[in-house]
Design a protein around this ligand. Structure first.
Ligand SMILES: Cc1ncc(COP(=O)(O)O)c(C=O)c1O
Length: 387
């Protein structure tokens, strides 16, 4: 039989129709993580334009990008390669945070860094513990590196708080290569204190690495200073400038870790992965910390408004330390669809987190939140949930 690319690829990588373990492996790798944010194909199929949809499904600074960042981008020369080592950006971050540049690695969004860490620290057959429900990219990165994610699930009856005694025991018994904790956690908004995080790092016993994803840290009112944790040697902190400064389209994040960890992860990064626009925007953004503070205050006011408005509607909206709220609504997928098609409002259906009765709302301005509340009040899906 003449071999086509398809049959050659099937012989080499295994056919998707083949029986046996390879099938499961392929299917696992094909299940891409689900994210918030507008879906261009879905909007097109509904005849909607992104500009007419109010997006509550992504959770970034509700102020968007600072004016100074927009101005810097307008005068950016596009013809030179970016600095592969992001030196200026790392130096600026270093002096802003009081950390040596060799302890900082910039990435094409913190998502890139999650995948680089997995490739650098996981081998096929390894296990990685993930505090769940949480951001889907950790499990995807572990699977792509050939490792098996072990999920440590929190339960709604325990207000989504993890049983840390159980977690420590599991980690010290399993000795995973990586542990992922999102703090504050997406989508539950649970924020662990310093002692709790140190307890998790200690339970690794020096054998593995704790990845503490602080993508939403800037929106926490009472946050603790976590960067001292990198002196433990087995802790990596992940930060997202995408979210802090509303520059999701540019993609920019960084990690903070011991010098050896940074060097090992950096080896897996391809050249020029952080583009010139992201580096330029990051450099300007660092000089505007008040933009993040203003975003946090705005989030606080909107969260207060939403919590009491939703409470009056009988919707359960537990406290969240982050810039999003998790709300039990009944049939979340149906509600999401109704809000999008009838009211042009997009929320995150949490089925992919294993929470098909919840939606997540990325907090926007009070004015936008009013529109969301009106849409929720008018929706038939919510009415049916209460009947
Ligand atoms: C917990 C968490 N970490 C990281 C990211 C990725 O952010 P970035 O835009 O920096 O890649 C997200 C995005 O939704 C997230 O929810």
């Amino acid at each position: 039989m003449k071999q086509t690319w398809g049959t050659r690829a099937a012989a080499r990588f295994g056919s998707p129709l083949a029986k046996g373990p390879m099938q499961a492996h392929l299917e696992e790798n094909h299940s891409a993580p689900v994210h918030g944010g507008l879906n261009a194909r879905e909007l097109e199929s509904l005849g909607l334009h992104p500009e007419e949809v109010l997006d509550f499904s992504a959770s970034i600074n509700p102020l968007g990008a600072p004016r100074e960042v927009r101005e810097a981008l307008r005068s950016l020369p596009p013809d030179a390669y970016p600095d592969r080592s992001c030196l200026k950006l790392r130096r600026a971050l270093g002096s802003h945070l009081g950390i040596e540049p060799h302890s900082i690695l910039a990435g094409n969004g913190s998502t890139e860094l999650i995948h680089l860490i997995a490739r650098a620290f996981l081998s096929p057959g390894d296990s990685a513990v993930i505090f769940a429900p949480t951001f889907g990219e950790y499990a995807a990165a572990c699977r792509l590196a050939g490792a098996s994610p072990v999920f440590l699930q929190s339960r709604e009856e325990a207000e989504f708080r993890w049983d840390l005694a159980h977690a420590s025991k599991l980690i010290s018994g399993l000795r995973p290569s990586l542990v992922f904790v999102c703090n504050p956690n997406n989508p539950t908004g649970i924020y662990l204190g310093e002692d709790e995080v140190r307890q998790i790092a200690d339970s690794l016993g020096g054998g593995g690495l704790l990845v503490l994803d602080e993508a939403y840290r800037s929106f926490v009112d009472k946050r603790w200073r976590s960067q001292g944790l990198i002196r433990m040697g087995n802790v990596v902190l992940l930060r997202s400038m995408t979210k802090d400064y509303g520059i999701a389209g540019l993609r920019l994040g960084y990690l903070l870790a011991a010098e050896g960890v940074v060097a090992r992860v950096g080896k897996f990064q391809y050249s020029w992965s952080v583009n010139a626009a992201a580096q330029a925007a990051g450099l300007v953004a660092i000089d505007h910390p008040r933009h993040v503070e203003r975003g946090r205050r705005l989030v606080g006011a909107s969260k207060d408004f939403l919590t009491s408005a939703l409470g009056r509607m009988g919707l359960d909206c537990p406290p969240s330390a982050a810039n999003f709220l998790l709300i039990r609504v009944g049939e979340a997928a149906r509600l999401r669809r109704e809000l999008l098609t009838r009211f042009r409002v997009c929320v995150r259906d949490c089925a992919s987190f294993g929470l098909p009765e919840h939606i997540r709302i990325g907090v926007r301005s009070v004015e936008d939140s009013r529109r969301l509340v009106l849409a929720l009040k008018a929706s038939t899906a919510i009415r049916n949930h209460h009947e």
